[in-house]
Design a protein around this ligand. Structure first.
Ligand code: SAH
Ligand code: SF4
Length: 348
């Protein structure tokens, strides 16, 4: 059994099943995530014979060290090749007073949003817990060498987290466990197209921040640019979002990618304001990152300006996401995405 697949309670159960005390599970868990241990033999608060017995039953396999691409702005894209040859990416985004890591949850994505390069690549498979948490582990290992650590996690890389719900939830739990990566739930954000019943399911299991990829203000237009949303009407989606158990005083972040002549009119800005108000949400306007064969173009600067002004005038928080990491193709929609939640989040 692979230890990086297990949450802390699962690990405690697994060691109990071979006749060891559950607290051994807690020790092992701490070694994996706080000490970044790569081998059971390193876990020196367990007797030698105990470690030998554990090594017979369990494996400890961090992901193979990633290839790293660094941008001039300090963004680092980590490219992992998984056991089956699949390639996934995570992005380290250093910001003032924080280091955000953007993680992937699937190889590709089955939802096929037309503005998204990942979507245009199709879907291979879900990531396992080890493969999601392993991105965090590798980033932490890299940062630790420079005396730094991951302070914030965004599930905004390749894939749709709610379509890989079980592994996403377990991974978030490991990231938030005080013997794991020990992040507050206020510093973990799941970005999703918004699948109403899956949002309820997620909310029944964890409380984390949500980012909603809205991108259009009517069902018709959403369906046109995000075909998979045809089964998830806005009305039901908004109701599910209102029920979601966010961490105290946190707001939903609405992501809205501006596509020239498609969704960037003043009337749409006003409608977006209405929706954001009804959710008490913040808005993140995202300049479209184009790619070969993309069916859209970025909005012109004046349209972006007007769109932002309309939201601003309505008194809502709006941020235009800086595109970061372009050079290494780490920017939004270029396989691994670079979200800029930084300016929006109070540090706590
Ligand atoms: N599947 C989830 C999380 C991954 S996508 C979701 O859709 O929310 C992460 C973010 O990048 C989403 O807001 C997505 O809409 C945005 N994005 C995708 N392609 C983009 C592009 N070409 N330019 C800018 N943002 C893009
Ligand atoms: Fe999938 Fe998100 Fe890309 Fe849509 S935007 S195809 S949901 S990764």
């Amino acid at each position: 059994m692979e230890l990086f697949e297990l949450t802390r309670p699962e690990l405690e159960e697994a060691v109990a099943a071979i006749g060891m005390k559950p607290f051994r599970g807690r020790q092992i868990f701490r070694w994996l995530y706080q000490e970044l241990a790569t081998d059971i033999s390193m876990m020196t608060d367990i007797s030698k014979s105990g470690r030998e017995e554990l090594a017979q039953r369990f494996t400890v396999r961090p992901l193979t060290a990633p290839e790293v691409f660094t941008s001039a702005d300090g963004t680092e894209k980590l490219r992992f090749t998984l056991d089956d040859g699949a390639i996934i990416e995570a992005v380290i985004i250093p910001e003032k007073g924080r280091v955000t890591l953007c993680v992937s949850t699937q190889v590709g994505c089955p939802l096929g949003c037309l503005f998204c390069r990942t979507g245009s690549l199709g879907f291979s498979r879900d990531l396992t817990v080890r493969e999601i948490v392993g991105q965090h582990w590798a980033a932490q290992k890299r940062l630790a060498e420079a005396g730094k650590r991951v302070t914030n996690i965004v599930f905004m890389g390749m894939g749709e987290p709610l379509l890989n719900l079980a592994s996403t939830v377990k991974s978030a739990r490991i990231m938030m466990d005080d013997l794991g990566f020990n992040l507050s739930n206020r510093r973990v954000t799941i970005s999703t197209v918004g699948i109403p019943d899956k949002l309820d399911e997620l909310g029944g299991q964890v409380s984390v921040n949500l980012a909603l990829s809205l991108h259009a203000v009517t069902d018709e237009k959403r369906r046109a640019i995000m075909p998979a949303t045809k089964n998830w009407p806005l009305k039901e989606l908004l109701a599910a979002l209102r029920r979601f158990p966010l961490p105290p005083r946190k707001k939903i972040l609405i992501e809205y990618v501006l596509l020239r002549g498609v969704n960037d009119s003043p009337a749409e800005a006003r409608q977006l304001v209405k929706i954001a108000r009804s959710l008490n949400a913040k808005i993140n306007l995202i300049p479209f990152n184009t790619f070969d064969g993309a069916p859209y173009e970025p909005s012109i600067a004046a349209a972006i300006q007007d769109f932002q002004q309309a939201i601003w005038d309505a008194g809502l928080t709006v941020i235009i996401r800086k595109s970061r990491g372009d050079e290494s193709l780490a920017a939004c929609g270029q396989l691994g995405y670079v979200p800029d939640t930084g300016d929006l989040e109070e540090d706590d």
